[in-house]
Design a binder for this molecule. Structure first.
Ligand code: UT7
Length: 325
């Protein structure tokens, strides 16, 4: 029995030039490099320049992904852009990206699931490709969280950064087995009872302002590992795989302690964990494709490898995806 699968043709990423180190932050607010590294694993983050928007970051990442995939932008008929920091309230940042890439056919839209955005966008594009509606998709996570941070709140401003990452997916006929290339399964969850634990205190309908990020960090931390591991077990159960079968674990890069605890609970060996939070902090929807970009570029992730993705964030939203590279 043959099936359509969404196969990853390539990936790419982009980080703004400006690096903000922990030491520099410690000169501005009451924090220290030691506290930030110990509690989060973060050493630095990138900050978009004045006039550099989420769409600009996304276009750079998309161009890198297209070049890596070796395909022309004109062959893309779907763009799903995950972001919580769009250029404007509307239109979707995805259409600015589409236009920037010179694409004037197909469909482009934004998707908002905060830090889980990339997994939600991947699952959405995968469903469209497997359903036959589109043939080749760009799935992008792009954020400029520096623009919604309260730079006087040390509990949040040390955690986040700007960046973008993208993958090119193509619908290909495969055998229907777990040895297939492509997205093998994805599992999405949300629970709005937690919506006030990580949110932005503004918006067009409520305050007519952009607002700032607010978080009860300890509360988020408390739920993170359980939610992440539950949805990964769903991915294992759906595909008949186990932690032993995983070649690479590429989690949302929010906090090294959450990543380590999740991997430990699932019995995923530490050497299989791709960790990039030290170099760019929490870039929300961009963090997974940024980590994928690093692990593909340095030769860790190779064709045929089984790659496990997961994320958890505001909403709460959380999700997992299992991809044969
Ligand atoms: O993308 C998904 C969403 N986000 C997350 O996954 C974040 C989840 N949460 C976390 O990662 C952690 O809760 C944090 C890193 C945000 C905080 O770590 P924590 O171990 O939970 O610290 P805490 O909030 O319990 O604070 C401990 C202490 C407090 O001082 P007191 O009350 O013990 O005197 C804070 O005021 O650390 C203090 N603190 C800081 N100290 C230095 C908070 N932020 C800072 C800071 N520098 N930047």
């Amino acid at each position: 029995m043959t099936v359509l699968r969404s196969v990853v043709l390539g990936c790419g990423s982009y980080l703004p030039e400006r690096i903000l180190t922990n030491a520099e932050l410690a000169r501005r607010i009451d924090t220290s490099d030691e506290w930030i590294v110990q509690r989060t694993g973060i050493r630095q983050r990138h900050i978009a320049a004045d006039g550099e928007f989420t769409s600009h970051l996304a276009i750079n990442a998309a161009r890198a992904a297209l070049a890596h995939a070796g395909v022309d932008a004109q062959s893309i008929d779907l763009i799903v852009l995950a972001t919580s920091t769009p250029d404007n309230t509307f239109p979707a940042t995805a259409v600015a990206v589409q236009n920037g890439l010179g694409i004037h056919h197909g469909a482009a839209f934004d998707l908002q699931a905060v830090c889980s955005g990339f997994v939600f966008a991947l699952a959405t594009a995968d469903n469209f490709l497997r359903g036959g509606a589109f043939k080749r998709a760009l799935v992008i996570g792009a954020e400029t969280f520096s623009r919604i941070l309260d730079w006087n709140d040390r509990g949040t401003c040390v955690l986040f950064g700007d960046g973008a990452g993208a993958v090119v997916l193509e619908a290909q006929t495969q055998s229907g087995k777990s040895s297939d290339r492509g997205v093998l399964t994805s599992h999405l969850r949300s629970d709005g009872r937690h919506k006030s634990k990580l949110y932005v205190d503004g918006g067009p309908s409520s305050t007519q302002t952009v607002g700032h990020l607010r978080m009860e960090g300890r509360e988020v931390f408390k739920h993170a590992v359980g939610m992440i591991t539950d949805v990964i077990v769903d991915a294992f159960d759906a595909t008949g795989t186990t932690a032993e079968d995983i070649d690479w674990f590429v989690p949302h890069q929010a906090n090294k302690r959450i990543i380590d605890a999740s991997a430990h609970k699932l019995h995923i060996a530490p050497q299989k964990v791709v960790l990039t939070v030290d170099r760019h902090g929490n870039t929300s929807a961009a963090s997974i494709p940024l980590a994928l970009g690093v692990a593909v570029a340095d030769g860790r992730i190779k064709q045929g490898d089984l790659v496990l993705l997961e994320a958890m964030g505001g909403g709460f939203t959380w999700g997992s995806a299992l991809v044969r590279w």
